[in-house]
Design a protein. Sequence first.
Lengths: 123, 184
Amino acid sequence: MSNALRILTVDDSASMRALLLHALSSRGFDVVQADDGQAALQWLVTNDVDVIITDINMPRLDGFGLIERLRSGERHCDRPILVLSTESSDEKKARARAAGATGWIVKPFDADKLVAAVRRVAH
Amino acid sequence: MATNLILPEKPINRITVMQGQARVSAGPQVEFNTVLGSCVATCLFDPEVETGGMNHFLLAEPPKSHGQVNVDEHYGVYLMEVLINEMLANGAAKHRMRAHLYGGANMRAGMARIGTMNADFARRFLERERIPLVREDLGGSSARRIEFRPAHGQVRCRTVANTMVQETPPTPHVPRGAGDVELF
């Protein structure tokens, strides 16, 4: 059985998913990917992860909605959730924090900083 | 005696989109412009909210062979996302967006075909994101000047002297705030 931390990345950009996959899997993480909040939510009904990394602007269910839905249930109410977004306004960060996000990372991401943040928040 | 008044038209606010930038506007008097060599500019337009935007990127994606996967504002993969997010923030919807692509020239024979790689990336990106490409003027060996009216989706593309292009080679710096981590 693998001891690798399992990360779920949620991003509607296929190119960004590919970059995240490379950055995380090359550093030993087990990576699962969803292309929006709704797909992530469905997958998380029957699966577990150590950390979730989510974009904000996505179709169907955005990052704020995903965080709120996960925090309102029992299964993932304590799961570390990092937001990874091109946006950096205080208003958006405050909204994410109020929804229950664990942290905020500004794109473009620095792979080493991203990995350090993931390891720090993983339980 | 009747007098025909000729009212002066409102001046056009011309904004240059520099390499590494993405701009969005719904202003009817706004015009984005840029000059491209091997760089590519993407123009996105949502006709329902009459909003458009342009980006201007130097390179497509960071090479996968590099150990580091740091994506900065030189790269299309970052600037495409910034442009789409700005469009969404201004009321556009992804399924209504239409795209134009310009640039991607290979201006120096014998050099790496960066223009072709940029053009191929931009086409692939739009295909993956399911954003219809309605017009392109890519490739060749000549520089182009692009003028885009974002509120109308109108684009003028013309060839200009290659000496007008000032493409700055990538420098290993990260934009301010990029990659910053804030734990709550």
